[in-house]
Design a protein around this ligand. Structure first.
Ligand code: FES
Length: 111
């Protein structure tokens, strides 16, 4: 099992969940009640699933694709360790991963 730690935006509440390998980070966050819309359901067309990975954990994730990098360029408040949660499939190697919710989202579909 994999432990994931969510931190709220701007020092908000911390929540820890335990999930099985193979789950997508977006669904795990949504099931935990975290405020990620995931408007395009993983099609890399919205960036409403933007999360900020803890710097110490960033290298444990597979590198982002070019399409993901392009979408992150458009995400509000993106930083060097930003990722799209819909693109991260959790593995045992990610046990203990910490991700923070960004302060705001920009919905590329205008909703
Ligand atoms: S859900 Fe739209 S880019 Fe991830």
């Amino acid at each position: 099992m994999i432990r994931i730690r969510f931190e709220g935006a701007r020092g908000g509440a911390v929540q820890e969940v335990v999930v099985a390998p193979g789950a997508r980070l977006l669904e795990v966050a949504q099931n935990a009640g975290q405020p990620l819309e995931g408007t395009c359901e993983g099609q890399m067309a919205c960036s409403t699933c933007h999360v900020i990975v803890a710097p110490d954990d960033f290298a444990r994730l597979p590198a982002a694709s070019e399409e993901e990098e392009d979408m992150l360029d458009l995400a509000m408040g993106a930083v060097r360790t930003s990722r799209l949660a819909c693109q991260i499939v959790l593995t045992d190697a990610m046990d203990g991963l910490t991700v923070r919710m960004p302060a705001a989202h920009r919905d590329m579909q205008g909703r």
